[in-house]
Ligand binder design. Structure first.
Ligand SMILES: [Ca+2]
Ligand SMILES: [Ca+2]
Length: 231
């Protein structure tokens, strides 16, 4: 069986998609507003690379727009050459970029017009003025069905809203147990003490608590607590 080949060399058409071989957040996955974020990515194609596409967009989960700060968006197209190439790209994050979770999307095109799958990479933009969690334990072990989550969240100027969700991890994925929304209507809410009782469903062994706190400047800070239920 030597006669068959999977190559398209006969007709000269490049039908194989290019690939992204590595992506590295050179300056870390926390990018500070007002600073430069650097990303290095490597690409490969069987015949000839053409260009790479980088896009940044927010991942605030439907959160409303802020006032002083705005959600950062950017995109760049970079020319590539050969069958392997590596580029370092810089994004200047404005000082008014809202702190919160973002996505970097990357895809690559070869000279024949084949596009790679899109890689989606999470990162955060941070701000000195974003809400800060105090005493939020990221892991908890509970031995009874009923338990309490308590922590404090502070802000330099004003907290606006606290949204929380409690999930159960099951073999069929995540099931929401409960959620809540606390509006802080004052104009100088610089500290809030969260203290709530919850109940684990019968038979649950792993829960997750996610809390999203927005300040009145539009910054979002996300906290997570992994909760192990002891048998
Ligand atoms: Ca190709
Ligand atoms: Ca603030």
């Amino acid at each position: 069986m030597l006669t068959f080949s999977a190559c398209n060399d006969d007709d000269g058409v490049d039908a194989d998609k290019p690939r992204i071989t590595s992506v590295n957040f050179v300056t870390g996955v926390d990018a500070k507003a007002g600073e430069v974020m650097e990303v290095r990515a490597s690409f490969t194609d069987d015949e000839n690379l053409s260009e790479a596409y980088f896009e940044i967009h927010e991942n605030f989960d439907g959160h409303k727009h802020g006032k002083a700060n705005t959600k950062f968006e950017a995109s760049e197209i970079i020319s590539l050459d050969g069958t392997q190439d590596e580029k370092t790209i810089e994004f200047s994050v404005p000082t008014t970029a809202a702190a919160g979770p973002y996505h970097l999307e990357i895809s690559v095109l070869d000279k024949a017009g084949n596009r790679s799958d899109v890689k989606v990479l999470p990162f955060n933009i941070t701000q000195d003025g974003q809400p800060v969690f105090v005493n939020l334990n990221e892991t908890m072990n509970i031995s009874s069905k009923d338990f309490t989550i308590d922590f404090t969240v502070t802000d330099d100027i004003d907290l606006a809203e606290i949204i929380y969700e409690l999930y159960e991890h099951t073999s069929n994925g995540e099931i929401e147990i409960t959620d809540g929304d606390i509006d802080l209507d004052g104009s100088d809410d610089t500290s809030f003490k969260f203290n709530q009782n919850f109940s684990a469903p019968e038979g649950a062994d792993e829960l997750e608590f996610i809390v999203r706190v927005t300040d009145s400047d539009g910054n979002l800070t996300v906290g997570e607590v992994e909760i192990e239920v002891q048998p």
